[in-house]
Design a protein around this ligand. Structure first.
Ligand code: 6R9
Length: 666
């Protein structure tokens, strides 16, 4: 762990003096109106922490049984919130709107890859979720069971998640880009009893199979617990169906009533497990609660996005990631919003797709990742026909960014070219583990500074500290922590409470939550700027990838690979790019042969983890730079990957000649 931010980041922080205060009209109409209102909420949370959260929980959620206790810290860091209260997450997303004027409102506008549209109202969604929930029950899925969901972006994917929540089953959604091996690992770790998948997903005009991946995963052994596989027929293309185990949606839903009473569960009941990358080779099953998680999903919709009844909200994240959980599957529904769900990719049929969709649906709140913005900037610069200026974006009122730091240049482009200079850009910092936004501006209050996620939301005790937990002065880089628990925080790592404690609450940090990122606060405003991960986690296109996971995948190719080390290097579009240094069991290849083997290894990693984990660069060496005690010197590899001269101290390096060899491109 390093406690210092890169000098360049601090420097640009100190010179960033563009400030964009919210326009008066926006402030006046906002839910949290002006900085005084923000400060008042912070003061309320500070002064009466439990009272603040209890009031929010009572006013934002419908409880089947009211809670009497707000926070139970007796078994810290295994905090419990609203523990004796009971509620149902799906009831809080659907039933609460049925019988109100919202029931006829469009809940989801689904735009398929080919542009076809499907709309469902809250009442229709309520019925579809009820029917799917009954089908799950009829197949023996019960409260506490785990259901693995491997679905395309679709109304059906959200229905599957909501149906699990409705009957108290815990879902674990796996992103459709993960391989059979990765799916298998998650099925086994979660102990899933059922899988919900589709024959395929449509992306960029192509059919990508999903069900075959599930078949492969289930054939790997250890999945005997999986009794049912529900298959959504996305297209007419047939897929193999195993009798007794596999059912099409049509078959499973036939004859099922659309009425399914939502099961009230304890507030701490695990709503879902979502696997994410950590510093070791094994992904972590981040476990979230029902009450605390949903509370923050709803509250941040209202606060960060200043949601209004007539908004058309669009979060482009896949339901396989946390952003797609909180800001597609739960938050917008809990808040009664109309949202857009998009099946395809931003570049099909052309790179103007997002802008055309904003125009088509009169989208008002648009939430996407810096990687997407940067790649669309590139595309717009190369081809004026896909520039946002070609679309009518006047419906937009708020823009959001998530997943990685947004560089000020991309922020400015987004603000000007997409937001027409009038829409606040909310740069939202959060993580799978935080459940929802933790550091983010409020659009009707916070003056914006490009490249900064600004200030913690009320109730979130974020701080920058040194390695012993002491506060760092503003302007000095350090470790990002959250000093007090909050309702939507991770509850544990599934099957591994010890890893949970060690990863997030290390002893030397005084019980603070360790985010795993570095941060620095500006001298003038105390604004946070995230300087990147301080552990062995990379952020590639906003997706978290563990370097150890990729290394394990590479060395699993035992006929070829002797040793591998993976580092990240900065990339203008994807944020970071994956670079692998590989020692083969045969002579170091060069030229064409090196290219061939590199491709073979890339495809291997795609099979082991998924295409998103494919290394961009692969360099072969006779060895890796190591200390005399045998430790790989990753900081040297990072310099080589960047193509920069090595200026670091190499006195402990055992084999200095290797640096020269690895620096040559091969
Ligand atoms: C929501 C999500 C979490 C990691 C996090 C950090 C990076 C996310 C960011 C950001 C700078 C932002 N990150 N949002 N860095 N500014 N606005 O992305 O969750 O996939 O778990 O990734 O992403 O490094 O630690 P997750």
């Amino acid at each position: 762990m390093t406690a210092s931010a890169p000098a360049s980041a601090i420097e640009s922080m100190l010179v960033e003096n563009r400030v964009f205060p919210p326009a008066d009209a926006i402030v006046q109409a906002a839910r949290v109106s002006g900085m005084a209102a923000y400060a008042a909420l912070c003061a309320e949370a500070d002064g009466d922490f439990e009272g603040f959260w209890a009031r929010q929980a009572r006013s934002n959620l419908q409880w089947s049984r009211p809670f009497t206790r707000t926070l139970d810290a007796s078994n810290a860091p295994f905090f419990q919130w609203f523990a004796d209260g009971e509620l149902n997450a799906s009831a809080n997303c659907l039933d609460r709107h049925v019988g109100t004027p919202t029931e006829n409102k469009t809940a989801i506008v689904f735009e398929a890859d080919d542009g076809a549209l499907t709309r469902v109202s809250y009442r229709e969604l309520f019925a579809r979720v009820g029917q799917f929930a009954n089908a799950l029950k009829a197949h023996g899925v019960a409260k506490g069971d785990r259901v693995l969901i491997y679905m395309p972006m679709s109304i059906e994917g959200v229905v599957a998640m909501q149906a699990c929540a409705r009957i108290g089953a815990t879902h674990s959604v796996v992103f459709g880009g993960f391989s059979a091996k990765a799916v298998h690992e998650r099925i086994v770790d979660a102990g899933a009893v059922a899988v919900v998948t589709a024959n395929c997903q449509m992306r960029g005009g192509k059919e990508l199979p999903l069900k075959t991946t599930i078949d492969e995963a289930l054939a790997m052994g250890g999945c005997d617990g999986v009794r049912n596989v529900f298959v959504y027929q996305r297209t007419a293309t047939a897929c193999a169906m195993r009798a007794g185990r596999d059912k099409s949606f049509a078959e499973a839903l036939a004859g099922q009533s659309t009425d399914c009473a939502a099961l009230a569960v304890g507030a701490e009941h695990p709503l879902f497990i979502l696997y994410t990358s950590g510093s070791t080779g094994k992904p972590k099953g981040v476990q979230h609660s029902t009450g605390g998680y949903l509370l923050w999903a709803k509250m941040t919709m209202d606060w960060t996005f200043d949601l209004r009844a007539d908004d058309v909200f669009w979060c482009t994240a896949d339901i396989g990631w946390i952003t797609g959980h909180t800001y597609v599957a739960y938050g917008p529904l809990a808040a009664g919003a109309t949202q857009i769900i998009f099946e395809g990719v931003p570049t099909f049929p052309n790179a103007g797709r997002f802008w055309q969709m904003i125009e088509r649906h009169r989208c008002t709140i648009f939430y996407t990742a810096p990687t997407a913005i940067r790649s669309l900037i590139k595309a717009a610069e190369a081809d004026a026909a896909v520039h946002p200026a070609r679309s009518d974006l006047s419906s937009l009122r708020i823009l959001g960014s998530v997943g990685e730091p947004i560089n000020p240049e991309a922020w400015m482009w987004y603000h000007q070219n997409v937001g027409g200079g009038r829409c606040p850009v909310v740069d939202t910092f959060w993580q799978t583990e935080t459940g929802g936004h933790v550091i983010a501006p409020l659009p009707g209050a916070t003056p914006l500074v490009p490249g900064s996620c600004t200030l913690p939301l009320p109730g979130i005790a974020a701080a920058v500290v040194d390695e012993t937990g002491r506060d760092m002065p503003h302007g000095a880089g350090g470790i990002l922590v959250i000093k007090r628990p909050w309702p939507s925080m991770i509850r544990t790592i599934w099957n591994d409470p010890e890893r949970f404690r060690k990863s997030y609450f290390p002893e030397e940090l005084r019980g603070y939550y360790l985010a795993g990122d570095g941060a620095v606060r500006s001298v003038d405003r105390g604004y946070f700027r995230i300087t990147g991960r301080i552990d062995d986690v990379l952020n590639v296109s906003g997706h978290r990838m563990g370097t150890m996971e990729i290394e394990s995948a590479l060395v699993a190719k035992t006929d070829l690979v002797a040793e591998a080390a993976v580092v990240g290097r900065p990339d203008a579009v994807t944020g970071e790019a994956i670079c692998a240094f590989v020692v083969l069991k045969r002579a170091r290849p060069t030229g064409e042969e090196a290219g061939q083997i590199a491709n073979e290894l890339r495809n291997w990693v795609a099979k082991e983890i998924g295409p998103i984990a494919k290394p961009r660069d692969i360099r072969f060496g006779d060895n890796l730079p190591k200390t005399r005690s045998g430790k790989i010197m990753r900081r040297l590899l990072r310099s080589i990957a960047k193509g920069e001269a090595i200026t670091q101290d190499i006195s402990t390096l055992e084999n200095p000649a290797i640096l020269e060899q690895l620096s040559q491109t091969n």
